[in-house]
Ligand binder design. Structure first.
Ligand code: DHB
Ligand code: FE
Length: 283
C-alpha cells in the first residue's frame, strides 16, 4: 500500500524562483524566508517521498479564462514549464506517474468529483516554485501528480468541497497497491491581493487562524467561510489557501505539525510554510 508521509503547505510567489537562481538565501530581505525551509528539507530527507501530489492553481499558462476547469488532474508522462511572462524562466520537466494518476482519477470520479483529465499539461509557478523550493536537488526518482484547483475564474469550489477533494485523493493513494511514499503539497497563499484598490492587502490574523486550523484536527474555522468571505478576509489571491485545505484533506484525521514559518511580506504576499507529518492512527 502507498503511504502518505505528510503534507507541506507553501507560498509560490514567482520572485522566489529568481531569488533561488541568484542565490539570495542569505540576503537580508530573503533570509527570514529561506531560513524557514531548512527544517522542511530535513523532514523531507527523512520522510523520503518518491511521489509528490501537488494541489495548486494554474494562473493562465495551461488554462485560461476561456476554459477554466474547477478541478483538473494530470495524467501525463512528464510536465513541462513554460514562459509565463514573469521573467522567472523555466525548469526541467517533471516526471509523471500516469498509472497512479489514473488510479486517483478513477477513485475521485467514483467518489463524485468531475475533474478534467490532462494527458498533456504545462505547469506554471503555482506548481513548480513549491516543488523546486522543497526539493532543490529534485531526486532523480521523484514523480509528480499535479492537481489544479481553480482560484482564478469565479465561481470557485467552496472550501469544504476542496477539502473533500483532498480526502478523496488521500483515500485513493492509500488504496494504491504500490509501495510509493507520497508527500502532498498545498501551494499558494497565504493572504495577498495583487490588483485593484486593495492591492497589497495582507491579513496576518486570518493567516494565523488558517495555520492553527490546518494543524489541528478541526478545519471548520476555514471551511465555514464562503469564497466571497475568503476573498474579503484573505484578499483575492489569498483564496489560494483552498489548495492547502485540499492538501490537509488528503492527510487523514491525524497529523502532527512538525514545523511552520511565517514571514510578511515577500513581494506582495504573506509567505508561509507548514509541515504536517501524517501520524499513524492511534489504536
Ligand atoms: C505573487 C503571489 C502569487 O501567488 C502569484 O501567483 C503571483 C505573484 C506576488 O506576491 O508577487
Ligand atoms: Fe498565486
Amino acid at each position: 500500500m502507498a503511504t502518505i508521509v505528510g503534507g507541506v503547505g507553501t507560498s509560490h510567489i514567482p520572485a522566489i524562483a529568481n531569488a533561488i537562481r541568484n542565490e539570495l538565501h542569505t540576503d537580508p530581505y530573503w533570509e527570514p524566508f529561506f531560513d524557514g525551509y531548512g527544517p522542511v528539507h530535513e523532514w523531507l530527507a527523512e520522510a523520503a517521498p518518491d511521489v509528490a501530489v501537488v494541489f495548486y492553481n494554474d494562473h493562465g499558462l495551461n488554462f485560461f479564462l476561456d476554459a477554466m476547469p474547477t478541478f483538473a488532474i494530470g495524467a501525463a508522462d512528464a510536465y513541462a514549464s513554460d514562459d509565463e511572462g514573469w521573467g522567472i524562466g523555466t525548469v526541467d520537466p517533471f516526471n509523471g506517474h500516469p498509472d497512479l494518476s489514473w488510479h486517483v482519477i478513477e477513485s475521485v470520479v467514483a467518489a463524485g468529483f468531475d475533474p478534467t483529465t490532462c494527458q498533456e499539461m504545462r505547469v506554471d509557478h503555482g506548481f513548480w516554485v513549491p516543488t523546486w523550493l522543497l526539493c532543490p536537488e529534485r531526486p532523480a526518482g521523484l514523480r509528480v501528480i499535479p492537481v489544479h484547483v481553480n482560484t482564478v475564474q469565479h465561481p470557485l469550489a467552496p472550501p469544504a468541497r476542496c477539502e473533500a477533494l483532498g480526502v478523496a485523493v488521500g483515500d485513493a493513494i492509500r488504496a494504491w497497491p504500490g509501495d510509493e511514499r507520497v508527500v502532498v503539497i498545498g501551494s499558494g497563499g497565504l493572504s495577498h491581493q495583487l490588483e485593484g484598490r486593495r492591492a497589497g492587502f495582507l491579513n496576518p490574523g486570518f493567516d494565523r487562524v488558517c495555520l492553527d486550523a490546518l494543524a489541528s484536527g478541526d478545519t471548520t474555522p476555514i471551511t465555514r467561510w464562503t469564497i466571497p468571505e475568503l476573498v474579503e478576509l484573505a484578499g483575492s489571491q489569498g483564496v489560494e489557501v483552498i489548495n492547502w485545505l485540499a492538501m490537509r484533506g488528503a492527510l487523514g484525521d491525524h497529523v502532527t505539525e512538525h514545523h511552520r514559518n511565517y514571514h510578511v511580506p515577500i513581494s506582495n504576499t504573506a509567505a508561509a510554510v507548514q509541515v504536517l507529518a501524517a501520524t499513524p492512527v492511534p489504536v
